[in-house]
Design a binder for this molecule. Structure first.
Ligand SMILES: Nc1ncnc2c1ncn2[C@@H]1O[C@H](COP(=O)(O)OP(=O)(O)O)[C@@H](O)[C@H]1O
Ligand SMILES: [Mg+2]
Length: 259
């Protein structure tokens, strides 16, 4: 469903939004024999850069599996899964890791920060993976923290920060490398309503940003949280490994409630 208040890509008046994600007939199962779980049962999906798309649906319906396949963390069993025109199937393991580091930022429910490292050192990790030294990475890492309102907490350890602050560090880490796809899996599930709004404001801003070549970022937010549905440009509802034809009325009502 495309919501009526969806902000068009500012570049769309001069050119069509770029296709970020293109999936055709994607399936994924876990286990074997009687214990097989069909997590994805034939997914077709096209997502454009510059969009904030929400994936909603009950626990176990395949949301995390789907974003893992889109971002090349898991291999699909069958079907075509392209990210910016390249099918993950055509790449070696090493090439996939490199492409993920270059193109994808991740934000998780549980923040996943490294406890012994300071905030800026956590944010620097993706840059160091790409080959920068700590000294080279410190400046951009501190800038990314300042952009999420934590410019004065760069030396703090995760345990010295609130949950909301830790999630902002995680967002800075996800954005520091200027990803073209931002995947957020239940980013507000561990946060109170107000902190969740702050986090969603930052994620929304990331979806509206364009890089120096005029290219937008595709943002996928997996969520159960009806308090944040109204941030979406588009909502897709999953059930048992498939998309529903149209999202449930209550989801649409919640999404429109705040607009
Ligand atoms: N690594 C795994 N091994 C076995 N089963 C899994 C694995 N990951 C997910 N599943 C199963 O696949 C289904 C979809 O899971 P998941 O994508 O995590 O759903 P959601 O994120 O919507 O809660 C569930 O039945 C889950 O138990
Ligand atoms: Mg999940």
């Amino acid at each position: 469903m495309i919501l009526p208040h969806a902000n068009p890509d500012p570049a769309s008046t001069v050119r069509l939004p770029e296709t970020a994600v293109s999936l055709r007939g994607v399936t994924k199962a876990f286990g074997s024999g009687n214990l097989t779980v069909h997590a994805l049962r034939g997914i077709d999906l096209d997502l454009a850069a510059g969009q904030l798309v929400m994936l909603v649906g009950p626990s176990g319906c395949g949301k995390t599996t789907l974003v893992s396949v889109i971002s090349g963390v898991l291999d699909a069993d069958a079907g075509q899964c392209k990210l910016f025109g390249v099918d993950w199937k055509s790449l070696s393991g090493e090439q996939k890791t490199a492409r993920r580091a270059e193109l994808v930022g991740f934000v998780f429910q549980s923040f996943n920060l490294l406890a012994p490292l300071s905030a800026w050192q956590n944010v620097a990790v993706p840059l160091i993976i790409r080959g920068m030294s700590q000294a080279q990475a410190k400046g951009p890492a501190c800038d990314a923290l300042a952009a999420v309102g934590l410019g004065d907490r760069t030396e703090a350890r995760p345990s010295q920060l609130s949950g909301g602050m830790q999630q902002r560090v995680a967002i800075a880490r996800a954005l520091v490398g200027k990803p073209r796809l931002l995947v957020c899996d239940e980013p507000t599930a561990a946060l109170d309503a107000k902190t969740g709004q702050t986090v969603m404001d930052l994620i929304l801003a990331a979806s509206k940003r364009v890089d120096d070549q005029g290219r937008g970022c595709c943002v996928i937010v997996v969520t159960h949280d009806n308090r944040i549905f109204h941030y979406a440009d588009r909502i897709e509802e999953m059930e048992d490994g498939r998309f529903k034809e149209a999202p449930a009325d209550f989801i649409i009502a919640e999404a429109r409630h705040h607009t």
